[in-house]
Design a protein around this ligand. Sequence first.
Ligand SMILES: CC(C)(COP(=O)(O)OP(=O)(O)OC[C@H]1O[C@@H](n2cnc3c(N)ncnc32)[C@H](O)[C@@H]1OP(=O)(O)O)[C@@H](O)C(=O)NCCC(=O)NCCS
Length: 152
Amino acid sequence: MTTIRPLRADEQALLSQATLGNINWAGPRYALDDVMNTPTIAHYVAADEGLVAEDGGPVGVVWLRFFPADDPGYGFVEESIPELSIWVAEGHRGRGLGGQLLDGIVALAREKDMPGISLSVEKGNPARHLYERHGFLPAGDGYDSGTLVLRF
Ligand SMILES: CC(C)(COP(=O)(O)OP(=O)(O)OC[C@H]1O[C@@H](n2cnc3c(N)ncnc32)[C@H](O)[C@@H]1OP(=O)(O)O)[C@@H](O)C(=O)NCCC(=O)NCCS
């Protein structure tokens, strides 16, 4: 049975594994060293809020990170809106876990009075359907078409 629990501060290794899974969504293009040695990727290996799906060990994670305007993430919209990252382990995908994690983190962000959540999704990534189903919309003029935002 899968349960959802808060991300702990000591789970950096899980965030690096998940970040690697995210940049490799289209196939194995990068290694763990690339995550840690590329500053624009490495800054995703930290969380302000997060949730972990557990099934005998972590099988998925969603997390939020506030970025400053002078060191923005790919999905940066504004400093008060955190950027979301989400990853579910291969073999556990397509069964609703990603949706459950997304619902959970949206509820948490609302509880904490955050104004919204943004994210970046690369062209062709089927994950875009999942975000759109949860109400994320293109950030609009002046943003990359892969920058989506859910404002509360
Ligand atoms: C995107 C991801 C977190 C979704 O988790 P999940 O548990 O498979 O999600 P769910 O089962 O709740 O929903 C499936 C949705 O995700 C999309 N999806 C993306 N990759 C998928 C995969 N490998 N298998 C099944 N569905 C996938 C589907 O299009 C589906 O959306 P739809 O039902 O609206 O068509 C997960 O597939 C994943 O980790 N993918 C690789 C990393 C990645 O792309 N991360 C997002 C970067 S922006």
